[in-house]
Design a protein. Structure first.
Ligand code: AMP
Length: 287
């Protein structure tokens, strides 16, 4: 595996591959790699000639500086995982390389998509996400971009961004990889207390449980209220939001018939760790 820190070196390597007609898949991450990230890289390797993984803990997307300081950094372990996956190129840039002084990022209009849920509770977060993904795509110029369904609002926003850019890069969304007990894999899970780790699978249980409730004719408002009550009953858990929304616009819906693509998204504080999860309730790529 090639490990490159310089934008120029990476671009020279990738330009040569492109000239040979090779297709490039790209999986941007913030490191502390787990099987969720691995699933992106495996898919990118299957569907392209070259897989580029980026590890960059993007400071501009952390609305809370304590969260940035506490974000796990496991460079040595990450490199071993990537070598084990036969990843082709690891781009491991510095903050100055990603954000040179003369960098210009266009302004995109996402309507309400970046205002709700994560956008409401993490002000500025998506500005940072859009900034970094725009810049990384500009550097790598991938044929396909691999992102996880785990960050539902994030990939929805990036899809909008690619459309507005009229980009030739195709977004590929990969299903959520979970622990055997249902907890969605996240780099933040290692920071859970043993008790909160034990209780955390309740989040996905509750989200999946909504399927039965809604298929049996239960109302959306009642479903949301019921799920929030269940989460609040867990010691040390504090739901920030739980919303059943249209999967394209991320706007609330009143009944299941209002959309052919419905998803429930939540963010829950488990002690000092913020966990997000979602389940597609109707349509989309995955149940
Ligand atoms: P992160 O390092 O958390 O920024 O995540 C990098 C990419 O991996 C994003 O596209 C995430 O959506 C994706 N990802 C993170 N966790 C998972 C998971 N459990 N399953 C699938 N994809 C994931």
């Amino acid at each position: 595996m090639l490990l490159l820190k310089s934008v120029e070196e990476l671009q020279i390597v990738l330009q040569k591959k492109r000239q040979k007609g090779l297709k490039i898949g790209f999986a941007p991450t913030m490191g502390a790699l787990h099987q969720g990230h691995a699933s992106l890289i495996k898919k990118a390797k299957l569907e392209n000639d070259i897989c580029v993984c980026c590890i960059f803990v993007n400071p501009t997307q952390f609305n809370d500086s304590k969260d940035l300081d506490k974000y796990p950094r496991t460079e040595g372990k990450d490199i071993k995982i990537l070598v084990g996956l036969d990843n082709d190129v690891l781009f491991y840039p510095t903050v100055d390389a990603v954000y040179p002084k003369d960098l210009h990022i266009p302004i995109f209009d996402f309507g309400q998509v970046d205002k709700v849920m994560e956008g409401k509770f993490r002000p500025g977060h998506f500005d940072g996400v859009v900034e970094v993904v725009y810049r990384l795509i500009d550097i790598v110029q991938p044929d396909r971009l691999y992102m996880g369904q785990k960050d539902f609002q994030q990939f929805t926003l990036i899809q909008h961004m690619l459309q507005q850019m009229q980009s030739s890069t195709k977004l590929v969304v990969c299903p959520i990889i979970r622990e055997v007990d249902g907890l969605a894999l996240s780099s933040r899970n290692v920071r859970l207390t043993p008790e909160n780790r034990q209780n955390a699978p309740i989040i996905s249980e509750i989200l999946h449980g909504l399927n039965d409730w809604l298929t049996n004719g239960g109302s959306i408002k009642e479903a949301e209220a019921k799920a929030i009550t269940q989460l609040n009953e867990m010691p040390d858990f504090r739901p920030e939001y739980l919303e059943i929304v249209d999967g394209y616009t991320l706007q609330p819906i009143e009944q299941m018939e209002d959309s052919d693509y419905v998803v429930v998204c939540t963010a829950v504080w488990a002690g000092g760790v913020r966990l997000i999860d979602n389940v597609i309730l109707k349509g989309g790529q995955q149940k």
